[in-house]
Design a protein around this ligand. Structure first.
Ligand SMILES: Cc1ncc(COP(=O)(O)O)c(C=O)c1O
Length: 475
């Protein structure tokens, strides 16, 4: 989710864009997608703003997808669109992957959910614990949101402390604590050395803001100082090895290593949120970084495209959930470990082995190099950055290393981010509105090059408008 909101806020900023509906490139998008526009009129009757999921919405209206297979989506107007969104990185094998389809078809005929253990649950957990060195035991949840919630509860139960250190711009799910300071607006976020805990909307209770200590990404010295100041009150530090929602920013080695050592020094539980990044290594991004957390949150790819989440980690921490404990952490959840998700997840993870991880990461390098060459040759100040199969485009000189720089880039780009996204759709490529591109196994170099060609065409379309409306983006 997230950047949809950040983009919205950016659009409302002074210096932002007030011309969305009338822009000629938006008119072109409307001409391209009449079927989706018609559906959006119906949607507005039953959903506020026509939307039932913030992260999937964009103005003037999103394309309505009819069906999908492999890495291709077909919208209601019959366009074939290359999918670099993959339901926000969860579809590691793209759409309708044969082994997942077979596993789900087989399972649904035998029952979809039982309030009972199953062999598939055990088998999927064995794959994950076998690959990720820091995960000795785990529990499934129904979403990544629930996975991070359970990790935080586990840390609180283990330490008897309440406060959580969270990264500025980090997203950990759809609840208040997980969204504090998700959108660090420049005029509100306070000094870099002591960021303010900011609500993301009007629903936030004060108590949640008071429960968080916000730390900027990739600032090891500031992190150490904040932990020295608040360490005795901190139950957990929760961090993504790549800051996903703020532009796929890889963590520096020294940042993660500092968090690890300072967590040890102060008896704090270190949580890696690998809901997005697990795909980056056979043992997750933590294996690439060479830093082991105490707890890992998972989701997305481990469910084979069905709703899923999980928390795993050290045996002594996971034992706090054990029903054999005196007072276990309460974790019920009707659909956790349901039979359909387990069947799909098992098929997906079995086919996502170390060689596929490497192949997709290599395709990611090709994508970034190609995109960056397009920006250079068109004379546009933009960067495609990220890690392995995860990429984000930002209109900035780059590299962007923390959320404040991302916000500056987004505000500086104004409406150009939106125009880039919509124009890429017209040229047959779907990304997240925040310009996140992720790669799935049906893709090969041909699809990556198709994506690069779409960037080239999009920049040709955008260049006259950038020259006239956002000359600050010219290199
Ligand atoms: C890093 C991260 N953590 C947690 C979540 C929440 O996962 P879910 O949407 O499955 O609840 C997300 C979702 O995008 C995420 O990106």
């Amino acid at each position: 989710m997230i950047l949809a909101q950040a983009i919205k806020i950016k659009m409302d900023c002074p210096g932002g864009n007030n011309m969305t509906q009338e822009h000629p490139l938006i008119e072109e998008y409307r001409r391209f997608s009449p079927g989706s526009e018609t559906a959006s009129v119906r949607a507005r009757e039953v959903f506020p703003g026509g939307d039932t999921r913030a992260s999937a919405h964009y103005a003037p209206y999103p394309l309505v997808v009819e069906e999908a297979s492999g890495c291709t989506l077909r919208d209601v107007d019959g366009h074939e669109i290359l999918d670099f969104m993959n339901n926000f990185t969860s579809l590691i094998h793209g759409h309708a992957f044969g082994p997942v389809v077979e596993a789900v078809q087989r399972q649904i005929g035998r029952g979809s959910a039982f309030a009972a253990p199953s062999e598939d649950q055990i088998a999927l957990a064995e794959i994950i614990t076998g690959r990720v060195a820091s995960i000795e035991q785990m529990r499934f949840t129904s979403s990544g949101t629930e996975g991070t919630q359970m990790a935080i509860r586990c840390a609180r139960a283990a330490t008897g402390r309440q406060k959580i250190m969270k990264i500025e711009g980090g997203y950990h799910g759809s609840y208040e604590l997980a969204e504090v300071s998700l959108v660090p607006m420049p005029n509100m976020c306070g000094p870099l050395e002591a960021p303010v805990s900011l609500p993301v909307d009007k629903s936030f209770p004060e108590s949640v803001l008071g429960d968080t200590v916000i730390c900027p990404y990739n600032e090891p010295t500031i992190a150490a100082n904040l932990i020295a100041e608040h360490g005795d009150d901190l139950a957990a530090i929760i961090v993504e090895p790549v800051l996903g929602s703020m532009g796929m920013i890889p963590a520096s080695d020294s940042f993660l290593k500092t968090l690890r050592s300072e967590a040890d020094n102060h008896g704090i539980v270190l949580i890696f949120d690998e809901v997005i990044t697990l795909r980056l290594g056979n043992g997750g991004a933590q294996a690439q970084a060479g830093v082991q957390p105490d707890l890992t949150c998972m989701g997305k790819i481990i469910g084979g495209g069905l709703p899923v989440g999980a928390v795993g980690g050290k045996r002594d921490l996971l034992q706090l959930f054990s029903p054999e404990q005196e007072q276990p952490i309460m974790h019920a959840s009707t659909f956790s470990g349901n039979a359909l998700t387990m069947a799909a997840g098992l098929a997906a993870m079995t086919h996502y082995d170390a060689s596929e991880v490497e192949r997709l990461n290599g395709l990611g390098n090709r994508l970034r190099a190609g995109f960056n060459e397009c920006f250079r040759s068109h004379g546009i100040k933009a960067v495609a950055q990220g890690m392995g199969s995860l990429t984000n485009v930002l209109f900035a000189e780059g590299p962007v290393t923390n959320a404040r720089q991302t916000m500056d880039a987004m505000i500086g780009a104004g409406h150009v981010t939106q125009l880039f996204h919509l124009t890429m759709l017209r040229h047959g490529v779907m990304s997240a509105t925040r310009l996140m591109y992720c790669i799935s196994t049906p893709m090969s170099e041909a699809e990556i090059d198709q994506g690069i060609a779409a960037v080239d065409k999009t920049l040709s379309d955008l260049k006259p408008y950038i020259e006239a409306e956002r000359p600050n983006l010219l290199a």
